[in-house]
Design a protein around this ligand. Sequence first.
Ligand code: NAP
Length: 251
Amino acid sequence: MFSLKGQTILVMGASSGLGKSAVECYCMAGAHVIMAARNKDALEAYAKELSNVTVIQLDIRRERSVHKAFRVIEDKGLQVDTCLNNAGTFQQTPLFDQENHGFEEMIQTNLMGTWYMTKAAACHMRKNKRKGSIIQVSSVNGANYLYGERAGYCVAKAGVIHLTKALVGELSSWGIRINTLVPGLFQTPATQGKIKTSAKRQSFESKIPLGLIAQPRDLWGALLFFASYAASRYVTGTTLTLDGGISWGGA
Ligand SMILES: NC(=O)c1ccc[n+]([C@@H]2O[C@H](COP(=O)([O-])OP(=O)(O)OC[C@H]3O[C@@H](n4cnc5c(N)ncnc54)[C@H](OP(=O)(O)O)[C@@H]3O)[C@@H](O)[C@H]2O)c1
């Protein structure tokens, strides 16, 4: 049920953290993986360790860049079955800052970028008559665990959850499923700074009911589930939270 042999999976944000780990997961399941991000050198260095992968450079903040990437994918004769919309970025956006740039950047990358990608992936799947799967990556900060000075990130990631639900009707007519993952705290280069001392790590762990910070592999079960048509063909519009219970009350 979880073999992805013969499938092509587009992993956004494949140069680091959760995306990099997702590439490993999908390669092990037998898929051809298209690895996408801005940092081509990082992608190519990683690709050397793998077989059955293709590297694509794109910036999800720019729709033109997204379109160009899909043209490259199609010129290579590839047809995407699953698109993992994992590319994202984080910065603080304090309300009393003079500048709006950080807030705009959070919306442009995390929400507009996800919209451009979702639209392009859906058009590609519809054109190729694929019963595709689109997997969005939101955050507990976009759902039930809000945090100070990060309104931009919270709003953008909440938008991703709602966008997913809002598109179910339009996508279902084409046999395309769309679902959202809601991770809590995973250890990646993006979060390393927060947990670099054992005191900081313990402080976070004490707030998580299951008592541990997740590793990127803790996402693999969900990644396989949503990419596998056999496993999840009746699942769309859903939100799967993987957060050790933190959304439902710290220990
Ligand atoms: N780690 C966590 O605890 C956690 C929790 C909740 C949600 N998330 C979400 O999970 C996703 C991955 O997080 P992570 O911790 O793995 O972060 P990460 O290590 O910083 O990786 C982010 C990835 O996104 C790519 N990216 C960023 N901006 C991009 C752009 N404009 N165009 C194309 N690619 C772009 C980056 O590649 P380039 O820089 O090469 O473009 C990188 O590959 C993010 O959406 C994040 O919000 C993470």
